[in-house]
Design a protein around this ligand. Structure first.
Ligand code: PRP
Length: 238
């Protein structure tokens, strides 16, 4: 059994992954979906130390090229939004990807998560205005603003808190300051954004770091390539 299959997280039969079209000269290059931003910044040096130089990604960054061939490793990189990585991988448009635990658990897709890379570290927290703490026992109508409605729903349900969840797409920290929400559920890295907006952490929901995710079809059909890459990455992951 391959490493990927051995580390299977779940195997729900949902959408049937579409295999990538192969070309006449053999299988297509191994395709990796990478998210823009901090995870990409930290992933490139990690891959380099693992002997997989994705320097072409760095070089094409200034431009708008989003599909980057890496012929020396028979690979190609897709540059996508972080929340879109799981969709590319689940549907087989990418063989594997890198996504934060926050995104993976929010979407709960049919993916293997064989390796935590330990990069993109942050935490998902509940926060509220320093000068307007919420009394959960007061039984008033509470509103939580977040980019992660599903994780928030699960957290509140586990605590027996009934509240309205407002889905936002960014700048979550301003929502309690302008009367949109009582609390937020958001990612904290340095803590600077919370400080700037006079918000205090109430509790941590989960520690977050970025993981390799692999689709069901790729785990079966490309296990040699994927296991080789995972073995290389394991040697450099702390
Ligand atoms: C993320 C997160 C916080 C901020 C935390 O936002 O949602 O707002 O970073 O970082 P800090 O603790 O180091 O201040 P992002 O930069 O992705 O922008 P967004 O608000 O548009 O989601």
């Amino acid at each position: 059994m391959s490493t990927v299959a051995a580390k299977k997280v779940k195997a729900k039969a949902k959408t049937a992954p579409r295999a990538q079209a192969s070309n006449a000269s053999g299988p297509p290059p191994l395709t990796i979906a990478l998210p823009r931003g901090r995870i990409l910044d930290e992933a490139l040096p990690l891959f380099k130390r693992a002997g997989v130089d994705l320097g072409a990604v760095e070089k094409t960054r200034a431009g708008r090229k989003l599909i980057i061939p890496i012929p020396e490793h028979d690979m190609r990189v897709l540059i996508v939004r972080d929340a879109d990585v799981p969709a590319y991988v689940e549907h087989g448009a990418a063989d594997l990807g890198i996504a934060g635990r926050d995104v993976l658990e929010e979407q709960d897709r049919d993916l293997y998560e064989p390796l935590d890379l330990g990069i993109g570290r942050c935490r998902l927290v509940v926060a509220e205005p320093e000068d307007r703490p919420v009394d959960e026992m007061a039984r008033v109508h509470l509103r939580y603003a977040t980019k992660f409605p599903e994780l928030t729903r699960r957290h509140l349900q586990a605590r027996g808190v009934v509240a309205e969840i407002i889905k936002l797409y960014g700048s979550i920290e301003i929502s309690p300051l302008v009367g949109l929400a009582d609390r937020i559920v958001d990612l904290v890295s340095s803590g600077e954004t919370l400080r700037q907006h006079r918000l205090r952490e109430v509790e941590t929901i989960m520690q977050v770091s970025a993981r390799i995710c692999v689709g069901r079809a790729a785990a079966k059909l490309r296990s040699d390539r994927i296991d080789d890459l995972l073995a290389r990455l394991k040697t450099v992951v702390g």
